[in-house]
Design a protein around this ligand. Structure first.
Ligand code: C5P
Length: 343
C-alpha cells in the first residue's frame, strides 16, 4: 500500500543568528510559518531491503545526501519495522530555496511510514528523530506558526496567525545554508575587528554583538507574544479572521504587530550583497503593496505577505514580467496544515 502525503513549505518571519556554538551550529531565533505551497510524497514499504528515491527532477539527490533517505533508517528502527522503502517525490518546491523543501519531504516520509506500517511513534520520538536529521525538520511536526530556538530544532507552537495571501518568488539561485552561515561568521569577524579598532567608547557600546542581537530579538518576540495574550484577555477571542492593514485593534492585526516589532532576517545581510538581484525582487514585492517582504531562511526564495488574493496575484504578474518565477499561495494555520497533509 502506498501512502501519499503533502509536504508543505515554510517561510521565516524574522530570523536572528546568534553566536557560533562549539557543536558547529549557530544559535538562532526565528518564527516559522507553514504555507500551502507543497511537494507530494508517496511512500511504499515492500518486501526486501534498501531505500529507493524516485524523482523526475534531476536536482533532487537519490542517495544519502537526501534528507528523505537519511530519515528512513532511524524511523524504521524506531517503528521496529523491516522492508524496502520506496519514496516517490513530486517536486514543486525549489531545491535549496530557503523554504525547507527537503526537510518537509523527510518529515512527510516519517509520517507516511507510520501510516504505511499502521504504527505510531510518540511525539517526543518523532521530534528527536527529526532533529537528528536536520535543524529545519521538527517545525514540520508542529505546523502553523512556530517558534524556533536552539539551532532551529527546538520548536514550540505559537498562537496561529490568521491565514494570509502570500507570494513566493523563486529567483532560481541555489544557496547553500552552511555556506551562508560561514559568510555570516566572516561578517561578524570583520565587525568584531572594527569594534576593536573603534576609538570611541560609545560606538563600542552601541555596536551590537551576536549575543546583543539575540537578546534584542528575544525581547521583540516576547513583546509581541505578551501583546497577543493581552489582546486575547481583552477580547476573550483567540486569533482568527481577516488581516486588516490599517488602524485597527491588535486582535485583528497580529501579523502586522509582529512586523512592526522590526523583525528581520539576518541572512539578508550576507545573501543580498552577493546576489543584488534579490534586493530588486524584494523591492518589486514591496512596491506591489506587500505588508511585509523578506528572504526566507538563507534564500533564495523571497516572500511577500499581502492584504488580499487579488493584490498577491498582481504582485505575481509584476514579478513574472520582470523575469522572476513567482507563485501566489497562502499561509497555513496549524489546523489547515494537519487537515490537508493526508487529504
Ligand atoms: O541542521 P542542518 O543539517 O540543516 O544544518 C546543516 C549545516 O548548517 C550545519 O552543519 C551547520 O554548518 C549549519 N547550521 C548552523 N546553524 C544552524 C543550523 C545549521 O550553523 N542553526
Amino acid at each position: 500500500m502506498s501512502v501519499t502525503v503533502r509536504s508543505f513549505a515554510k517561510i521565516n518571519l524574522g530570523l536572528c543568528i546568534g553566536p557560533l556554538r562549539p557543536d558547529g551550529f549557530h544559535d538562532l531565533r526565528t518564527i516559522y510559518q507553514t504555507v500551502a505551497l507543497h511537494d507530494v510524497i508517496r511512500v511504499e514499504v515492500t518486501r526486501g531491503t534498501g531505500i529507493e528515491i524516485r524523482c523526475k527532477d534531476p536536482r533532487v539527490p537519490k542517495d544519502q545526501s537526501n534528507t528523505c533517505y537519511r530519515i528512513v533508517e532511524p524511523a524504521m528502527s524506531a517503528l521496529g519495522a523491516k522492508g524496502r522503502v520506496v519514496i516517490d517525490i513530486e517536486k514543486k518546491l525549489p531545491v535549496q530555496g530557503g523554504l525547507g523543501g527537503g526537510s518537509a519531504n523527510a518529515v512527510a516520509v516519517l509520517l507516511a511510514l507510520e501510516h504505511a506500517l499502521k504504527k505510531q511513534l510518540s511525539d517526543a520520538d518523532k521530534l528527536r528523530i527529526a532533529a537528528d536529521v536536520g535543524s529545519d525538520l521538527p517545525l514540520f511536526l508542529v505546523g502553523g506558526t512556530v517558534l524556533g530556538l536552539g539551532h532551529g530544532e527546538q520548536v514550540s507552537p505559537l498562537p496561529d496567525l490568521p491565514s494570509v495571501a502570500c507570494v513566493i518568488a523563486t529567483p532560481g539561485i541555489s544557496i547553500s545554508t552552511p555556506k551562508a552561515f560561514a559568510d555570516w561568521d566572516g561578517l561578524q569577524a570583520s565587525a568584531k575587528d572594527e569594534r576593536a579598532a573603534t576609538p570611541s567608547k560609545r560606538a563600542k557600546l552601541t555596536a551590537s554583538t551576536p549575543s546583543d542581537r539575540m537578546l534584542m530579538c528575544g525581547r521583540r518576540f516576547s513583546a509581541w507574544l505578551s501583546g497577543l495574550s493581552q489582546s486575547k484577555i481583552r477580547t476573550g477571542k483567540a486569533l482568527s479572521g481577516v488581516l486588516v492593514p490599517r488602524g485597527r485593534g491588535r486582535a485583528e492585526n497580529p501579523l502586522l504587530d509582529l512586523v512592526r516589532t522590526g523583525i528581520e532576517n539576518d541572512f539578508e545581510r550576507v545573501v543580498f550583497p552577493k546576489y543584488p538581484e534579490l534586493i530588486k525582487v524584494k523591492r518589486v514585492l514591496e512596491d506591489a503593496g506587500a505588508l511585509y517582504a523578506s528572504l526566507s531562511g538563507s534564500g533564495s526564495a523571497i516572500y511577500g505577505l499581502f492584504e488580499s488574493k487579488p493584490s498577491a496575484a498582481k504582485a505575481v504578474a509584476r514579478l513574472r514580467k520582470a523575469g522572476t518565477s513567482a507563485v501566489a499561495t497562502s499561509t497555513l494555520t496549524r489546523q489547515q496544515y494537519w487537515k490537508k497533509i493526508f487529504d
